[in-house]
Ligand binder design. Structure first.
Ligand SMILES: [Zn+2]
Length: 297
């Protein structure tokens, strides 16, 4: 589907910012048959002439996106439980400093790892998750209360001290609509916390068109300016933000080398194995992802 209007301001005039790198994908798909490693592989990226919002064009159709997320299955993710927990506990430390504990809703909670961490610390948790597989995992394995479906279909009379949304915003073709929905669920003195990549970070500026988080599934890309506009439009104000530190298994980190071909990945894998470092966890903070704490106005 072609985007007829800017996903932030609705204007219809765009300029090409970065040309497509999808040509690389065809090569990669035939050679390595691994399309899920699509870091840095993206369609044309445009910038709105009116508000400077940056987005993929063509954007995927919302209904197709919803279908795809409903059907997603990702058992490989389960192996990352330990490193995800470390990342999430670090974020919860920061949240609890400013908000204490209480009722928490995680939107796009996937397999429920964040909710599991929060519950351990005394939060009362529930989640919203479109993937059937991930929602079932969270329900059956972690006994977490989950609504299985897109957030646009979720309804509740409850409101929450904290609503979180980890690595979801950049996937949304309709970020204004989704943040407006979340605004209803955050208590007046509550907090919305989300993480997304920011094009004003050093890594994004230096890498330009080759910034790895430009991907087909990442449809919108914010800057400080466009993020401020999004918050103003949806009734929030930025309270603080921090560069997100992520715990990553070395084996997983080096598997990302696949985008440069099989040989670098194979060499890295043998070196890690020889040194017994595959399961070693390292912290990385250089990926251009920031965590935002925002409050209802
Ligand atoms: Zn615009």
């Amino acid at each position: 589907m072609s985007l007829e209007n800017c996903p932030l301001c609705g204007n219809g005039e765009f300029s090409l910012l970065y040309p497509s790198t999808l040509g690389k994908k065809k090569e990669a798909a035939s050679q390595y048959n691994c399309t899920s490693h699509g870091l840095g592989i993206h369609p044309d990226i445009f910038r709105c002439r009116s508000c400077a919002m940056v987005f993929n064009e063509p954007a995927p159709d919302s209904a197709d996106v919803a279908d795809e997320y409903e059907q997603v299955e990702d058992p490989e993710y389960l192996a990352q439980r330990e490193s995800r927990h470390l990342t999430f506990h670090r974020e919860l430390d920061a949240i609890e400093k400013v908000q204490g504990k209480g009722e928490l809703l995680d939107v796009g909670c996937y397999t429920g790892f964040f909710l599991e961490c929060a519950r351990e610390r005394g939060w009362n948790v529930s989640g919203v998750e479109p993937s059937r597989w991930a929602a079932e995992y969270a329900r059956n394995e972690l006994a977490v209360e989950i609504f299985n479906g897109p957030v646009e279909r979720y309804t509740t009379d409850r409101s929450f001290d904290v609503v979180t949304m980890w690595d979801v915003l950049e996937h949304l073709p309709n970020p204004v609509e989704v943040l407006s929905i979340l605004r209803q669920y955050v208590k007046p003195d509550g907090l919305l916390v989300f993480a997304t990549h920011n094009l004003d970070t050093t890594v994004a500026r230096v890498l330009g068109r080759n910034f790895p988080l430009f991907m087909e599934m990442h449809t919108v890309h914010f800057t400080n300016e466009t993020l401020t506009m999004l918050l103003e439009k949806t009734g929030f104000r930025l309270e603080r933000k921090h560069n997100q530190m992520r715990a990553v298994r070395l084996g997983y980190l080096f598997s990302r080398l696949r985008r440069f071909g099989e040989t670098p990945e194979r060499i890295a894998a043998s070196v890690l194995k020889a040194l017994s470092l595959e399961d070693r966890i390292v912290w990385t903070g250089l990926v251009g992802v920031e965590t935002y704490f925002v409050r209802p106005i």
